[in-house]
Design a protein. Structure first.
Length: 99
């Protein structure tokens, strides 16, 4: 089976099972402050929320929410040429198995 792979970054709010995040070997905790600041700026722009923040709500704030990055694998069904054309990219990977 063929897969498309997308690199993604998300705050802990995007995950249903927050307890397993730290032990999930497929995710990487983002610790670089510049990368986290970039994520916050992009989310503020995308959501049109100028006050977007990673702060936890409530009277007792215990710091920022964690940010993780990892890969999303999407199964490709159908012809790879159709998938490429639908994605708007003219680049095709050579050596892709059609089995």
């Amino acid at each position: 089976m063929r897969f498309a792979v997308i690199q993604a970054t998300a705050s802990e709010d995007a995950f249903l099972n927050k307890e397993g995040l730290s032990s999930n070997k497929t995710l990487t905790l983002v610790s670089d402050e510049q990368e986290i600041d970039k994520y916050v700026r992009l989310m503020a722009e995308i959501t049109k929320n100028k006050k977007y923040s990673l702060d936890r709500p409530g009277i007792f704030s215990f710091g920022n929410k964690d940010v993780y990055k990892g890969s999303i694998f999407i199964p490709i069904t159908g012809d790879i040429t159709d998938a490429t054309l639908a994605g708007g990219s003219s680049k095709m990977t050579t050596g892709v198995s059609t089995n």
